[in-house]
Design a protein around this ligand. Structure first.
Ligand SMILES: [Zn+2]
Length: 692
């Protein structure tokens, strides 16, 4: 794994180019956890300075490439023998096995792969696709085969093979992976969500969408929705208007993928007759890419999920032409302008002879013709031939061969850079930096591994000296507590002590509350446990009002990892000096077959979280007051954008009581106006998998 990182913008834009090493058969969740020691800093590569195109720099570039190759030969040398002869390795089960460690993946962004594979920048490191075919959907291009190229080179040093090498963008001599034993250089390349999707296609897509929204005068609507997004677990609510955001990093792009479809769907609602088709195509295209990205994050796959991914990608390719006009280069734009000028000039001459009565119709026809010619020109001149567009077509094959995609994520980089590079850079003397960084982390790593080993020996009851035990107690953290399984109410308010106060604070009449309490008690509690129904007694029952509910939600495709959703309900009180927060939640309201795609679960707004004590039985009930939304169209997803709409009906009860156990987690709703919301099913993988 390798990825360049900035050390400091001072002292001459200092950069580091670290190479990390890890074992392929570790679970990705463990590898990417802070302090896991699963990723080891192996080397710091020489960072070549930026060069111009002059001859002196050409020479320098040669020298750089040779140096890099030399460094890699040094790095790979220990692997070469081990891969051929094998080495004896102590395994965790106490057995010793003959192992053949090989380099199985090289995780890096595209430009780095370009440098190391020594290929051209618009060329795929895995297959022989031609630069002009990068935008096509087919993934049937022949895999790169360096052994064949080498044979070709040996057998015929003719012009033919040189042309072939030129077309395929290959320089065998400089490919650092080329001569590794038991390694296929094209197989080292792994798909990468961060660079290919978030920083690649999503970035392009946002440019096209901006152009599209401007053309149809919907940019303002998009921006308004963007700023009105509600909070959600792990989602950063945008503080700025979309067009004011200047820096789009991986984190922001990932956030964008979670809400883009919903925000766009609201911005493009109520199209006029000419907008219906283009709006539908644009939403289809965006939806296909968003869904492809969602499914690419799955940690386990079945043939069905892979088939879905391929279908999404196919749909994206089929629909992407709707955005082609926003990929117009300056050259094409100039051509289009010239064509229009000529056309108008010709017309001006021929239209002079047309009677004024016919002139208007003629003008309309002319405009249509002009548009058609313009689109023709754009379609022949513009294209989507860039390499990241093509790399998507390798995703599904990768899953079939190697398993899930997050496993090979480049996102480990940020963490590793901090722990292993930047923490070593800061105390260094800034002169002999590389050596100091390598030593500093190497030592820390060795010490921590030793402590881990001692700790594990201790757990198995090994006889360790008192001084060692004392030291272990001081340095190793205690076992972390397991995730809570129950719901927890927090944030007690002190202005409520009984049902009467409760009514005043919520601004709901006592009759209403009593009615709801009785209704809840009759529907949910066994006869002998019911609340008293006498209003005089009921209104004096002690009540505690709370502002937060923690709900553990099982993480998607996990069996023991929980995400904690924190639902806030502050009533009219302000939350952290901002507006009051009364979150949207999911409530289990019926059986699986109910409410279409929502599967028995309804969206609701939290109105109150409270505990009520029934003094006669000395029991405490933990309840939530919610306002239920009803699904529109029986919960069927829309044909246009595939999202479900919910609404607050005029006749909806302002207050329904449910057990806090019926609250399943936070919900993400995108306001659509007039008491209607879109259910954002792309907000996380769990919701995506459950609502469709
Ligand atoms: Zn390819």
């Amino acid at each position: 794994m390798a990825d360049q990182t900035h050390l400091s913008n001072l002292s001459g834009n200092k950069k580091a180019w670290p190479v990390y090493l890890t074992l392929g058969n570790l679970p990705a969740t463990r590898r990417n956890r802070p302090g896991s020691f699963a990723v080891l800093l192996l080397a710091l590569l020489p960072v070549p300075p930026k060069l111009t195109k002059s001859f002196a720099d050409h020479l320098q570039r040669q020298i750089n490439a040779d140096t890099l190759r030399g460094v890699f030969e040094l790095l790979f040398e220990p692997l070469q023998n081990a891969a051929l002869e094998g080495v004896n390795i102590d395994c965790a089960d106490g057995k010793v096995r003959r192992c053949f460690p090989i380099l199985s993946a090289w995780i890096a962004d595209h430009m780095e792969n370009v440098a190391l594979h020594e290929i051209k920048s618009n060329v795929c490191p895995k297959c022989e696709v031609l630069p002009g075919e990068l935008e096509t959907h087919a993934n049937s291009h022949r895999a790169r085969d360096y052994a064949r190229y080498e044979r070709g080179e040996r057998e015929s040093a003719s012009d033919d093979s040189r042309t072939m090498f030129e077309t395929l963008g290959i320089d065998l001599e400089k490919n650092v992976f080329h001569r590794l034993h038991r390694v296929s250089a094209p197989g080292l390349h792994k798909p990468d969500l961060l660079h290919t999707v978030y920083l690649g296609l999503f970035k392009h897509l946002m440019d096209w969408i901006s152009g599209f929204l401007k053309k149809h005068a919907r940019l303002q609507a998009f921006d308004d929705n963007w700023k009105a997004l509600p909070p959600y677990s792990g989602f950063f609510v945008p503080k700025k208007a979309y067009c004011e955001v200047t820096q789009w990093q991986g984190k922001e792009m990932r956030n964008l993928g979670r809400c883009l479809l919903g925000v766009l769907a609201v911005a493009l609602r109520q199209p006029d007759s000419r907008q219906v088709i283009p709006f539908k195509h644009a939403l289809d295209c965006v939806r296909a890419l968003v869904d492809f990205n969602m499914m690419a994050q799955y940690r386990s796959h079945t043939p069905e999920t892979i088939a879905y991914m391929e279908e999404y990608l196919y749909r994206f390719h089929r629909m992407k032409d709707i955005f082609l006009e926003f990929r117009v280069s300056k050259r094409t734009r100039a051509k289009v302008d010239k064509q229009r000028k000529e056309l108008r000039h010709q017309r001006a001459q021929s239209n002079m002879r047309v009677a004024p009565s016919k002139r208007r119709r003629r003008l309309e026809e002319d405009r249509d013709e002009e548009n058609e010619l313009r689109m023709d020109m754009i379609h022949t001149e513009s294209h989507f031939n860039f390499v990241k567009m093509h790399l998507l077509s390798h995703f599904s094959d990768h899953i079939r061969q190697f398993g899930n995609i997050p496993m090979y994520s480049t996102e480990f980089g940020e963490l590793a850079h901090k722990e292993q590079i930047k923490d070593g850079w800061r105390p260094s003397n800034k002169n002999d930096v590389e050596r100091q960084i390598l030593h500093s982390y190497g030592r820390q790593h060795a010490i921590r591994m030793r402590l881990s080993n001692l700790n594990s020996l201790r757990c198995r009851g090994a006889n360790l000296g008192d001084d060692v035990l004392g030291y272990l107690d001081k340095t190793t953290s205690t076992v972390s507590t397991p995730a809570p399984r129950g719901r927890i109410l927090k944030g007690r308010r002190d202005d409520v002590s009984d049902v009467l106060d409760f009514c005043k604070v919520l601004g709901i009449s006592l009759d209403r509350i009593c009615l709801e309490l009785i209704r809840y008690s009759r529907h949910n509690l066994p006869t002998e446990r019911r609340l008293p129904e006498e209003p005089a007694i009921l209104q004096l029952l002690p009540v505690e009002l709370l502002t937060q509910l923690e709900i553990p939600v099982l993480a998607f495709q996990e069996t023991d990892v929980y995400d904690i959703h924190r639902a806030r309900c502050t009533g009219t009180h302000r939350f952290r000096n901002q507006e009051s927060r009364n979150d949207w939640v999911w409530v289990q309201a019926g059986s699986e077959e109910m409410y279409g795609a929502l599967r028995g679960r309804l969206r609701a707004k939290l109105v109150a979280l409270f505990k009520i004590r029934d003094c006669s039985q000395d029991t405490v009930r933990q309840l939530a007051g919610v306002q239920m939304l009803s699904p529109v169209n029986s919960g069927r997803p829309s044909d246009v954008h595939s999202l479900v709409t919910v609404q607050l009906r005029e006749d909806a009860r302002e207050f329904t009581l449910v057990d806090i156990g019926a609250i399943l987690g936070l919900a993400h709703l995108i306001p659509e106006g007039d008491r209607r919301w879109l259910v954002n099913s792309r907000i996380d993988l769990r919701t995506f998998n459950e609502i469709y």
